[in-house]
Design a protein around this ligand. Structure first.
Ligand code: ADP
Ligand code: MG
Length: 240
């Protein structure tokens, strides 16, 4: 579903991604971890065309990312992305947050978009909050709306960039529960997170990044029980 082949990227002379390759099969859940500044966010953003890259290739469901012929809005409609800071539209109700891209990008009618959006709002447990504005919701609720908004586009894969890092601790669980449900329903997911409990429960594989490289790619058992690299061992010792 996601094929990343020898991707490199530079900011000026600073190399932020170095020869990154991986494959995410349909239904796989891949957790990406590693120290701050190792390139995790950049890698995730290259997958849906939010960050250009200079070398290598990325294909999502057969569509070449970075090919000038690929329409970026269509590509982004295929891959949902959820960030640390929710990034809901503050001036729109929850319902209209879910409608906007469905109407603008997918050309759905307003009624069709609303019906579809409410289905996902129900799935994240927030149907009763459809008329509220983002600032009337808790952080955990806002993040669940952001997930529902991404799902309403009927994506083939979902990307998450530290979706619980900005939340108060008591709200982390409700967001991870939604993500766990998605994983169990077979969604293809790449998740940048330091929530190693979540990784142990739902990840099929772990990618460990350091200094722009994918240093290690392992099954979760291999990663947690016997990390191959010294860097991964040090990382795990610090965060677990
Ligand atoms: P992570 O998500 O693992 O913390 P990032 O992908 O955000 O790492 O960043 C990787 C590196 O790239 C960091 O050293 C960061 O400072 C650098 N970086 C990120 N964005 C830019 C940018 N727009 N210009 C220059 N350097 C950047
Ligand atoms: Mg990051």
């Amino acid at each position: 579903m996601i094929e990343i082949d020898n991707v490199s990227k530079w900011y000026g002379s600073f190399q932020v991604l170095a020869d990154c390759s991986t494959r995410v099969e349909r239904g796989d859940v891949v957790v990406v971890c590693g120290p701050s500044g190792s390139g995790k966010s950049t890698l995730i953003k290259t997958v849906n065309g939010l960050e250009p890259f200079q070398q290598g290739s990325i294909r999502v469901d057969g569509t070449a990312v970075g090919d000038p012929a690929t329409r970026l809005p269509a590509l982004r409609a295929k891959i949902g992305i959820v960030f640390q800071n929710f990034e809901l539209f503050p001036h729109l109700s929850v319902r209209d947050n879910l409608n906007l891209a469905q109407v603008k990008v997918l050309k759905r009618s307003r009624d069709e978009a609303t019906a579809n959006g409410l289905k996902y709002l129900e799935r994240v447990g927030l149907l009763a909050h459809q008329d509220k504005f983002p600032n009337q919701l808790s952080g955990g609720q806002q993040q669940r709306v952001a997930i529902a908004r991404a799902l309403a586009m009927d994506p083939v894969a979902m990307l998450f960039d530290e979706p619980t890092s900005a939340l108060d601790p008591e709200m982390v669980g409700e967001v991870l529960d939604v993500m766990t449900g998605l994983a169990q329903d077979g969604m293809t997911m790449m998740v940048v997170t330091h929530e190693m409990g979540f990784a142990r429960r739902v990840a099929d594989r772990i990618l460990f990044m350091d200094q722009g490289r994918i240093v290690e790619e392992s099954s979760k058992d291999a990663f947690f029980n016997a990390p191959k690299s010294e860097r991964a061992r040090e990382f795990l010792a610090r965060i677990i």
